[in-house]
Design a protein around this ligand. Structure first.
Ligand code: DGP
Length: 114
């Protein structure tokens, strides 16, 4: 069995409700939400970080963004706006090493800290 937490969620061995899925992408609520809407948008393929993208996987960010925009519309936060975040590596604050995009919304987001 995969050691990767998000691969286990994608494979269904760690039961998690998907708020969106297609051939390439799944999305589920963050276990520790930082906003009223906090969804993780994740490629089915195991790619550790955004820095690993290229070649065959170069289009993944477009797929993640398109899915996040659709989820935001479905959640009714598209007019007010929302924040998309990709943490990369330890210094970027990444804790789960399977690429994912955070969709955060439903409240005013604070300015980014310096
Ligand atoms: P990051 O720090 O960018 O790597 O974000 C990882 C996120 O994953 C973090 O906000 C918490 C979330 N998370 C960790 N474990 C689980 C889990 O088992 N289920 C769900 N739904 N989210 C998880």
């Amino acid at each position: 069995m995969s050691e990767c937490l998000f691969c286990r969620i994608i494979a269904g061995t760690l039961p998690t409700e998907f708020v969106y899925e297609d051939e390439h992408v799944v999305a589920f609520r963050d276990i520790n939400p930082a906003a009223p809407v906090h969804v993780l948008v994740v490629p089915r393929a195991h790619i550790e970080t955004v820095a690993d993208l290229g070649g065959d996987t170069a289009g993944i960010m477009s797929r993640l963004t398109a899915a996040a925009n659709r989820i935001a519309r479905d959640a009714g936060i598209h007019n007010g706006g929302y924040r998309l975040i990709v943490n990369c590596g330890r210094d970027g604050g990444q804790t789960v090493f399977h690429l994912h995009m955070h969709l955060l919304g439903g409240r005013q987001m604070p300015e980014l800290a310096a």
